[in-house]
Design a protein around this ligand. Structure first.
Ligand code: ZN
Length: 216
């Protein structure tokens, strides 16, 4: 047995303990607080989200790998347990961050699958690191039981979103998108585009699902 710089015991093949390795993966010092861990995690997820590397397949694969490391490090360090639902309770919907097991429980066996995609007819669920990161719902085929709720309280009196609205505000006004990726929410063939977490533009196709968007 060897000892890590921090005092934890490690085996002879490792140069540092799991906690120190996880801290290093998040570019943090040994004394990092829970708040610093969360902040670093949120930032790195923004920087390395595979959807941001859409134009370069190789870069996208590297980013997905990097995301796995970041998520695993955060799970190890965060004092909260993972958001796995209690055993025996089958949730009604899956959402961003749901596990493959949860999607299987909610949606059933996919009609086709690969390590990072479950297909249900023409509907698709995308995974990175075994967690849901996006979807495309083709409701005329098999409707995905997916739900995305605002993460923070929003003004319930809002009826429209606009340029600069937050993701949560769009969800509150418009509901769960039929297609989800990091920077675009799709509602049928209508689309809402985000930049730095805020609405930057939209494409409204009223014949599909009309957007409740208004320019002030
Ligand atoms: Zn250590």
């Amino acid at each position: 047995m060897d000892t890590c710089d921090c005092g934890n015991k490690i085996d002879e093949y490792s140069t540092r303990c799991a906690r120190c390795a996880a801290l290093q993966a998040l570019n943090l010092e040994k004394a990092a607080t829970d708040k610093e861990i969360k902040t670093a995690y949120r930032l790195l997820v923004k920087v390395w989200h595979p959807d941001l590397f859409e134009s370069d397949k190789q870069a996208k694969a590297s980013a997905a790998e990097k995301m796995c490391t970041i998520i695993a490090a955060f799970r190890l360090l965060s004092s909260q347990p993972c958001n796995d639902s209690s055993p025996g309770i089958i949730p009604e919907y899956f959402t961003i961050g749901s596990t493959k097991k949860e999607v299987l429980a909610v949606q059933g066996i996919p009609t086709a699958y690969s390590p990072d995609t479950f297909e249900y007819g023409r509907s698709k669920v995308f995974f990175v690191c075994e967690k849901v990161v996006g979807w495309e719902d083709a409701p005329l085929w098999i409707h995905l039981k997916v739900q995305l709720r605002p993460g923070h309280a929003v003004d319930g009196r809002m009826h429209y979103f606009t340029i600069g609205s937050s993701r949560d505000e769009v969800l509150a006004v418009q509901g769960t998108p039929t297609g989800f990726s990091y920077n675009t929410y799709e509602y049928g063939t209508s689309k809402v585009h985000f930049r730095d977490g805020r609405v930057a533009s939209w494409e409204n196709t009223p014949a599909s699902i009309p957007l409740k968007a208004q320019l002030h």
